[in-house]
Every structure is written in C-alpha cells, then in structure tokens.
Design a protein. Structure first.
Length: 363
C-alpha cells in the first residue's frame, strides 16, 4: 500500500485519492506541533528542497475529508520524529521512540491509514470455535448457549475443539453434537496440540465460514452479548471485534484482583504500542474474517510460541495489517464450574515477551 504525502498533493489530487475508491489509503501529514514551524521557517524548501507554496492539510482535516467519502480511520502512528536525518540511530531504537506517548505526539511526520467502509448485506456462513478443556461441569451452560444460537436467523456452524480433558468433556460434547445436529452443523475435533491458541488455530483450519468467532467454553461472557458481537462483525470484513469485559460492572469474583490489574496494565501497554485504545487485552471472545486469519497463517504469526492464548497476536497483527479494531462491551460473570486453564505468572511473563517483541518492531 502506497503512502501519500499531503504536502506534495494539490487539492484535486487529494480528492481524487478518495474518489478512486481504493480499499486502503495511507496518508502522511505534518504533526500539529511542527506544521506552523515548517511554514514559518520554510524547513521543507531549505532542507528537502521542496516547495512550500502548496496547501498543507492537518490530521483533523484529512479525517474530516475521509468521512465525506465514507472512509474510516484505522489508526495513526508517528512516522518521522524530526526533520533531521536519523540514519545513525538503530532501527529498533527508532521504533521504540516512535511509540512513546509524549514523543509520538510531538512527531514531525504522522501517517494515518483509512479503509473504505462498505456494509456487507450478503448471507455469510459464520463459524463459532469453542475450545473446551475440563468443562464437564458446564454442561447446562453449553445447552443454554446452543439454544440461544438456534434462535438467531443466520447461517452458522459450531466447532468444538476438545483439549485432552481429564474429565468427560469429550463425551459431553459428543452428546451435544448428536442432540443439536438437526439445528446447525456441529463439528467435534480432538485437539492434537496443546494450549488455547493451538485449539483456536485447529478449529479455524477445519471451519468453512467467512466469519470466525472465538467463544470461551466457560461462557463467563454473556452469551447474548457474544451473539450481538458476532452479528456486528457481519457488516464489514475489515474489522476485528475485541470484546471488553471491563466496561460494565462484573459479577462478584468474576475476575481476581491480580488478574484485573494485569489485564489493565497490558491493555494500556498495548494501546501505547499500536496507538489505538484497547480496553480489554485478554477477553477470549473475538470475531474476525477468514481473510484476516489466512493472512496471519501466511505471515507465520500463529507459529509464535510466546503467546499462550493468541489474544495478543490477534490484536497486534490486526494493527499491523490495517484491520479496524472495535472494542465491544460485554457483561462478565463468575465461573460456574471448574477452574481457569491458565498459569497467572508464567503466562503473564510470556505475554510480556510478546509485547516487547512488538515494541521493537515496525508496527
């Protein structure tokens, strides 16, 4: 995707960019701090030998123009910190500085990416992937969720990925498949690998839907809210629905205080890294397009062993590949049976490693 400098475009050329109906448009503008300085000192003509008699457009102006032509912003990022050459500095060091909160807001050059919003009204198959391990005690919740899915008038398939449980989860899922197979297509897969991320990938690999939804098998996220999020995702293929449990008051004991603090810290850190507000970094309920999933498979994102759940990988890769991230508020309840399949400190360190890898990357 080509990036255009607004200071090299005439008014007609700028409008033509949007009129051509490109799927993505990436535009560079002067930072709000530097714009009046470059005009006054004529830095462009003195340093870069460029003319300064063409109109300059600000970040606010370009966002307004995009709205007129039905484009929506994905995110902006600092592209160049100063007008001076920085070739002597290592690339990884520059990548870190471009993400720092104060510095990126004072950057000399900003880049903002837009996508053309086209609402999809066609009928699409939705695949709902439900990884399950040691969930025998949540049988009633499974039945309630499947009955809810029966009530919505969309074409869907359910994929259970059983993660080598130590109880009778596999037998329970087999019974549910038999009982609900008349309502929609249900696939039952015994996981060959380990971990939630692997279960998600294996489930997506055998799915047929153009839209992929991940739903946790403890159903602590309100099932009606999950269904609403899935329905919203049908509107456009270039969005990632990232459900957020921190918006509404949680049920008592739904999330331990250490988990809550860790989640909020990671959410703030990720928001800084991708320059896009993320309110809940570890909610397991996410919805995205098959096109995005295939893209992550092709670039090897799913192969990373650092991310135990896949949540961070999905968020970072969405930002990296110009997928619009939407925080979707959901209600969150305490677990009714069993215990979470996570190791708080070990998995926390793995997630921190994922963040540090993206910190030095050119995201």
């Amino acid at each position: 995707m080509q990036s255009f400098n607004t200071w090299n475009l005439t008014n007609n050329q700028l409008h033509k960019l949007f009129k051509d109906k490109n799927k993505f448009i990436s535009i560079r503008v002067r930072g709000n701090t530097w714009e009046p300085i470059t005009r006054w000192l004529r830095l462009d003509s003195r340093i870069f030998k460029e003319t300064t008699n063409r109109p300059r457009i600000t970040l606010c102006d370009i966002e307004s123009l995009a709205e007129i032509y039905n484009y929506r912003s994905i995110r902006w990022k600092a592209k160049k910190l100063t007008p001076l050459p920085t070739q002597l500095f290592p690339k990884k060091l520059k990548n870190i500085f471009r993400k720092l909160p104060l510095i990126k807001h004072l950057a000399y050059e900003l880049e903002i990416t837009f996508y053309r919003y086209i609402e999809n009204n066609s009928e699409q198959l939705i695949s709902i992937i439900i990884p399950a391990r040691n969930e025998e005690g949540n049988r009633e919740l499974f039945i309630r969720a499947l009955n809810k899915f029966k009530q919505i008038s969309i074409n869907l398939e359910i994929i259970f990925v059983e993660g080598n449980s130590m109880d009778n989860t596999y037998s329970m899922l087999k019974d549910l498949k038999t009982n609900f197979s008349d309502s929609f297509k249900i696939l039952l897969l015994k996981q060959s690998g380990k971990g939630k991320k692997n279960a998600v990938v294996e489930g997506c690999n055998i799915s047929s839907g153009e839209i992929l939804a991940i739903v946790d098998s403890d159903f602590t996220v309100d099932i009606d809210d999950s269904i609403s999020a899935i329905m919203e995702s049908k509107k456009n293929e270039n969005i990632l629905i990232n459900c957020s449990r921190t918006t509404f008051p949680m049920e008592k004991n739904a999330m331990r205080w250490a988990n809550y603090i860790g989640n909020r810290c990671f959410a703030i850190f990720i928001s800084i890294l991708i320059n896009k507000p993320i309110s809940d970094s570890l909610c397991g309920t996410k919805v995205f397009s098959r096109k995005f999933f295939n893209l992550m498979k092709e670039n090897g994102s799913w192969d990373s062993k650092s991310d135990p759940f896949g949540d961070f990988t999905i968020i970072f890769e969405a930002a990296k590949n110009n997928i619009k991230i939407l925080n979707y508020p959901v209600r969150y309840y305490a677990r009714k049976s069993g215990a979470p399949n996570i190791s708080r400190w070990v998995d926390g360190l793995k997630l921190l490693k994922v963040c540090l890898l993206y910190l030095v990357s050119d995201i």
